[in-house]
Design a protein. Structure first.
Length: 176
């Protein structure tokens, strides 16, 4: 797959569709040390904060991936061609705690360009992010009563903002 460097200003894709329908793999850890985990995510955002382009993700403390987003400074968000939906379903339903779900999903971790957290050979979009802010959701701050229904186990997400330091993708993700 031919990938090109894309600046945040040149990134051109429907981000609502990307998050809600296409989904991402969130991967945190260190490729060189062979210490990392990945999981499927569909809640998050992209934008500008503190004059930096960011990706914002939310991770429940019950996820194995949480141990990595807590310990490591970087994470990647990767998006895949439609053929990989089954792989994303495996990675979003099984835990890395219980076995090698990445091998089961048929994906190949590869080194990122600028950060320690890995990307995947099969991805069509790679976003490399460096953590700049984190905070645990505070249920007393939910202003819409329906939000709490997402937390029957009271495992409130931790939100992380990562500065986007590198984007690689197929040409379809860039302005013409
Ligand atoms: C489409 C989809 C979206 C998901 N989005 C999130 C998310 O944004 N945050 C989260 O904490 N879990 C999310 N999950 C759940 C995790 O991917 C799932 O619990 C996974 O098995 C955790 O793996 P781990 O224990 O190896 O970290 C999502 C699952 C799916 C299928």
């Amino acid at each position: 797959m031919e990938l090109v460097n894309i600046t945040p200003m040149n990134f051109n894709s429907n981000i609502f569709h990307l998050w809600d329908k296409k989904w991402f793999l969130l991967t945190s850890g260190d490729f060189e040390k062979n210490e990392f985990n990945t999981m499927t995510v569909a809640w998050g955002s992209f934008g500008i904060m503190w004059n930096k382009p960011f990706a914002q993700i939310v991770v429940r403390p019950t996820r194995h991936t949480y141990n990595f987003t807590e310990k490591y400074d970087t994470f990647t968000l990767t998006a895949f061609p439609e053929d990989y939906k089954t792989a994303l379903k495996i990675l979003g339903s099984k835990s890395g705690r219980d076995g090698d779900k990445i091998a089961e999903a048929g994906l190949t971790p590869v080194a990122s360009q600028l950060i320690a957290a890995p990307s995947f050979k099969e991805a069509e979009l790679h976003m490399e992010c460096k953590k700049i802010y984190h905070h645990k959701f505070e249920p007393s701050d939910f202003l819409d009563g329906s939000i709490d229904k997402n937390y029957p186990g009271k495992d409130y997400h931790k939100v992380y903002f990562g500065e986007i330091v590198n984007i690689m993708g197929i040409a379809a993700y860039a302005n013409k």
